[in-house]
Design a protein around this ligand. Sequence first.
Ligand SMILES: NC(=O)c1ccc[n+]([C@@H]2O[C@H](COP(=O)([O-])OP(=O)(O)OC[C@H]3O[C@@H](n4cnc5c(N)ncnc54)[C@H](OP(=O)(O)O)[C@@H]3O)[C@@H](O)[C@H]2O)c1
Length: 259
Amino acid sequence: METALITGASTGIGKELARIIAEKGTNLVLVARSLEKLENLKIELEAKNKVSVFTIALDLSEANAGLEVYEQVVQLGLEVTYLINNAGVGLYGEFYATDWERENTMINLNITSLTQLTKLFLKGMMERNRGRIMNVASTAAFQPGPLMSVYFASKAYVLHFSEAIGYELRDTGITVTTLCPGPTISEFKDTASMGESRLFKQKGIPSSAAVAEYGYKSMMKGKSVAIHGWKNRLLASSTGFAPRRLVLAIADRIQGRSK
Ligand SMILES: NC(=O)c1ccc[n+]([C@@H]2O[C@H](COP(=O)([O-])OP(=O)(O)OC[C@H]3O[C@@H](n4cnc5c(N)ncnc54)[C@H](OP(=O)(O)O)[C@@H]3O)[C@@H](O)[C@H]2O)c1
């Protein structure tokens, strides 16, 4: 039976992806730090669907956390068909003033553990010549982001890394999708300390469920880059030809503190 591993499955987009995938009858491995939230989700998903759900409560920003997850999955005797690297955090503020510990955690989570998990699970997928990987980046991946400089740069890494390995794998049975959400309703805004930002004050911000549905469909189609929402797609494509200075000014304006 197929198994999907989702990081950051305790809330937001990851939790909704778990709900969608369980409905398809696919077993799940749910990873995040909050054991209680994961266990509650496991109970919900197993009650509603004919699936087995396994939980791994772990801080993915710790060194070699990806290896720890991989070893636990091997011990469970599971073969991961779908790897969804969704866990990620942001941090708002001028770089000179932000906290290094939080930035270091962000880099370890958004970049290092995502890369290690991809490397480890890709091996088995290569042997079976079958699998789908979805890495969650952001519309932040398409330009530098004043006031969230490290976060934007981390998501540019996720996009470029995922596109590159997707290309390497083009003649295999494995696809790599980068999901790029714009602002989405979840815990993200609060954990990133974005209370003052204009970004989340706009109308029509989509739910995590809507973004997850779009992400799931894009992954199943094997789409390389999946940007959620037409406005986000327009903005992302415009950064390619607009002058860098203008791109920075627009990003600053969108991200800026609301009066
Ligand atoms: N919401 C947005 O506006 C938005 C926009 C663009 C991209 N994204 C991206 O979408 C992804 C999902 O975010 P979301 O919006 O669903 O936010 P969220 O509700 O805050 O979910 C983040 C998930 O990551 C987990 N997580 C955080 N730190 C972790 C750590 N050190 N180790 C393991 N798990 C950790 C959290 O669980 P625990 O706290 O239980 O560990 C949670 O399950 C992220 O990669 C984010 O960058 C979000």
